[in-house]
Write a protein that binds this ligand. Structure first.
Ligand code: 26V
Length: 828
């Protein structure tokens, strides 16, 4: 299968079309400004210009898009459907222009009009339809699938409001709704023709026909319409364009006219509001039963609409629903779309009349599932009563799937009630619940983890028994990132150096980046890389000055931890080290620490109190450290608010030291680690997630690895997680904890962190105390290497050169070959 390639030689749009000129682009932008935005240049605002440029860019995409769509129909190549509740895309303008290869020409065209493209870029709001790693991975995969010319469709929800905006008030995180659609979205096309009726509730009728078969007819009590909105996703050099189809919820009746006429204006619209709430907001709080129900409604809404749409496409093209698995692969991005397994069975059996066994074969051949976390609190399950009420037919189908699954296991000799209980789709422990992970697993032919270690742990822990009953279904697909956004677009300086040393092809085919390692010993290249890094650091320093009014020295080491705030990611360990460093600097006037700026950014889930307290602590520590003259420029602490894709693009090229310090065994992969290493940062990290592969790629000399391994964490937890003795044995840790706990950093509320310190002392589940000394020593090693500028820059270049394997093009090629059996065109 690996060699199955699409022969599109000569038919790629960019190979046959002449490149567009600056004069043509200028004319196109002006025409868009006039006829689509309705403005003249003299009065056009930056937003008007943004829209005009986006529309002009979109025109360059549309022909290629139609061409790609027609080509996929014509050659009948297998299609890939990526189902994800999250697509964390960020901005599209510069990304589309770069992939099309028109960024420079456009910049020239705009200069003529007195418009600066680099400033215009920043006018676009981020499409923040995701929480973090999982959603960003989906966006990187969309880019790589288009680049490898896979006939892929992304399916998700068009949230009116994406991830909240984080504002810091008095040092505390507050969540503000984010409104990316307020000023219109130039990239999307509403497809009213692709509207599906999605049912909820109601009852199931059984019809006994003459052929001895019982037919089931679901009569939903409520119907919501799913309306498709398409965004084109442009691959490298515009050779192929795929579609991201996001569903928006619409009520069949906008309001009840009789109620409205009777003066009940609010009541007249209440049904519509309930229906439309489905696509209102990303990840509503699931702390309440109502919130939980909305989340399940979101999951079924988008899974059903996507399946109805892709089955319609399949039948139109291939005639027979039985061949679905030959022509379509559906990837479930985590368990969020797992209800699709039951929905496809319903579509096949109830709507298309297939026999149960036949339908199950099609279902398993079509689906595969990616697991993204082992954290027990993140493993989805739904109360049976809720499922019965909201999706009565699906609950019946789940029981039938479960019966066949457990019978099959018994027939194959698995009689142990403990094993059978653990592989069942129904968890009987805490009230009866449907386990979505088990449903996704047994409905799929392949299940994958997202790094070598994570996949190993999946086999040993959550899916241990399922892996015994269904061996060889679990495979590893280590995550990747798109080098288009995360190198070429965000780091033009480094990209230019790679172009002029290794050649343009190193930016196309990531494997060719390896040749850059030879330049680690070239003083001229090292100086050039150092200069590009400094420019990126100056740009970040400027951003920080504007945002926070803080001045930082671009010649300091930028020591950066950017990611969601979570206890297992251990921002708190980093803060403890910061406090210990602060103490050491004050206690020792001649200490030879490298001057550092510690930079933190990340959002805490709205209901995650402990994570919010950690943000507050980082900001409290920053206030004290930054105001203390005895620090002598050796330490600054910055918390940058509202971390998002665009802020990441500004920060990442400026990172010297990348903090990847999760408790071993807990971070499934991480992808920020890959982005920062690619941009030349050295990593300080544990042997967790894809850090393991990162160390293998760059070598021990070019990374600072420390701390307990995953198996050591397991053993240490078994010994007990009281850290009293460990703290007593580590003076630096003890002092830091005493200060934090006694209010040195919170004189306005001395008790603020007492509980936090108590927990660390007696319930050190995340092994902060256990790893503190090792982390401290690793940080001292980083100081030492930093002082040797040649050595640091050598390592930096080797990091960039050796992480080509982390390209999501490699990841997607592996999925295509080993999971989807789908053709693709490798980059040459
Ligand atoms: C979800 C939740 C939801 C409820 C409360 C706690 C909690 C904690 C973690 C999660 C994570 C959900 C899945 C996820 O985003 N996983 C991330 O996936 C990335 C892409 O594979 C991977 O790089 C990250 O390591 C992994 O955390």
């Amino acid at each position: 299968m690996g060699d199955l390639k699409i022969d599109t030689a000569g038919s790629s749009k960019s190979d046959v079309e002449p490149p567009v000129s600056a004069a043509e682009l200028k004319a196109s932008v002006l025409a868009k400004l006039t006829y689509s935005v309705g403005k003249v240049p003299e009065v056009a605002s930056p937003r008007d210009w943004f829209l005009a440029v986006a529309f002009a860019t979109r025109d360059l995409i549309v022909d290629r898009w139609l061409h790609s769509t027609a080509e996929a129909y014509a050659d009948g190549r297998k299609r890939v459907y990526y189902l994800s509740l999250e697509f964390l895309i960020g901005r599209l303008l510069f990304d589309a222009m770069t992939n099309l290869g028109v960024a420079e020409t456009m910049s020239e065209a705009l200069q003529d009009l007195g418009v600066n493209l680099m400033e215009l870029r920043r006018v676009e709001p981020d499409a923040a339809l995701g929480n973090g790693g999982l959603g960003r991975l989906a966006a990187c995969f969309m880019d790589s699938m288009a680049t490898l010319q896979i006939a892929a469709h992304g399916y998700g929800i068009r949230y009116d409001n994406g991830l909240f905006r984080q504002v810091i008030r008095g040092g505390w995180q507050q969540e503000v709704p984010e409104d990316w659609l307020t000023n219109g979205n130039p990239w999307e096309f509403e497809r009213l023709e692709y509207t599906y009726a999605i049912g909820f509730g109601g009852w199931v009728e059984m019809l006994h026909g003459e052929d001895e078969r019982t037919r089931h007819i679901w009569h939903p009590g409520e119907t919501v319409e799913a309306v498709g909105f398409d965004t084109p996703i442009v691959g490298w050099r515009g050779r192929h364009v795929n579609t991201l189809r996001l569903w928006s919820a619409r009520a069949p009746d906008p309001f009840k006219l009789d109620a409205f006429n009777a003066g009940d204006f609010v009541g007249a619209q209440s049904d519509a509001m309930r229906a439309e709430a489905i696509s209102k907001v990303l990840y509503p709080s699931d702390a309440t039963p109502a919130g939980q129900e909305l989340r399940l409604r979101q999951e079924y809404f988008f899974a059903s609409a996507s399946l109805l749409d892709l089955v319609r496409r399949h039948i139109r093209q291939h005639g027979d629903v039985r061949t679905l698995g030959d022509h379509a692969a559906i990837q479930l991005n985590d368990t969020h779309p797992a209800i699709a397994v039951a929905e496809l069975m319903r579509i096949l059996v109830d709507l298309n009349g297939l026999e149960w066994d036949e339908a199950w074969t099609v279902t398993q051949a079509t689906f595969s599932y990616t697991n993204h976390t082992l954290l027990p609190e993140a493993l989805e399950s739904w109360p049976v009563p809720l499922m019965e009420r909201l999706l009565p037919r699906h609950m019946q189908i789940i029981y039938l799937i479960n019966a066949a699954h457990l019978d099959g296991a018994r027939r194959r000799g698995f009689m142990d009630p403990g094993i059978l209980a653990s592989i069942s789709l129904i968890d009987e422990h805490a009230g009866r619940r449907v386990r979505m992970g088990n449903l996704a697993f047994i409905g799929s032919h392949k299940i994958n983890g997202v790094s070598g270690l994570h996949t190993d742990l999946m086999r040993k822990t959550v899916f241990h028994n399922l892996n015994t009953v269904y061996p060889n279904r679990i495979v590893n697909k280590t995550n990747g990132i798109t080098f288009r956004r995360w190198l070429i677009e965000c780091n033009p300086g480094l990209s230019q150096i790679i172009r002029s040393t290794v050649g343009e092809h190193a930016l196309e085919n990531a494997e060719a980046l390896k040749a850059f390692a030879a330049f680690a010993d070239d003083a001229g290249v090292r100086d050039a890389v150092a200069a590009a890094r400094r420019a990126a650091k100056v740009a970040l320093a400027r951003h920080i000055a504007v945002q926070l009014g803080q001045r930082i020295d671009p010649d300091s080491m930028f020591d950066v931890q950017i990611k969601r705030i979570h206890e297992y990611k251990r921002q708190l360990l980093n803060i403890l080290e910061t406090v210990a460093r602060y103490n050491a600097i004050r206690a020792n006037p001649t200490i030879d620490f490298a001057p550092r700026v510690k930079i933190f950014a990340g959002k805490a889930a709205a209901s995650y109190t402990q994570a919010k307290l950690i943000i507050k602590l980082a900001i409290d520590v920053a206030r004290v450290v930054n105001a203390d003259p005895t620090v002598r420029g050796l330490l600054k602490v910055i918390f940058l608010p509202n971390y998002n894709v665009s802020l990441a693009e500004t920060i990442i090229p400026a990172v010297d030291l990348s903090e990847q310090i999760s408790t071993a065994g807990m971070e499934a992969s991480g992808t920020g680690n890959m982005k920062m290493a690619l941009n030349g940062a050295l990593t300080i990290g544990t042997l967790d997630g894809a850090n393991v592969e990162l160390r293998d790629l760059v070598g021990d000399d070019n990374i600072f690895i420390f701390g307990l391994t995953a198996s050591e964490v397991e053993a240490a937890r078994a010994q007990g997680i009281d850290a009293t003795q460990r703290i007593a044995a580590s003076p630096a840790l003890r002092e830091a904890l005493d200060e934090i706990g006694s209010g040195v950093f919170s004189i306005d509320d001395a008790a603020r962190y007492r509980g936090l310190v108590d927990t660390l002392t007696h319930y050190d589940y995340f092994m902060l105390c256990a790893d503190f000394d090792a982390y401290w020593k690793a940080q001292l090693r980083a100081d030492e290497v930093w002082r040797d500028r040649v050595r640091w820059m050598r390592s930096s270049i080797i990091n960039t050169a050796n992480v080509g394997w982390f390209s999501s093009d490699r990841t997607i090629a592996e999925y295509a070959k080993e999971i989807w059996n789908a053709p693709f065109r490798p980059l040459s």
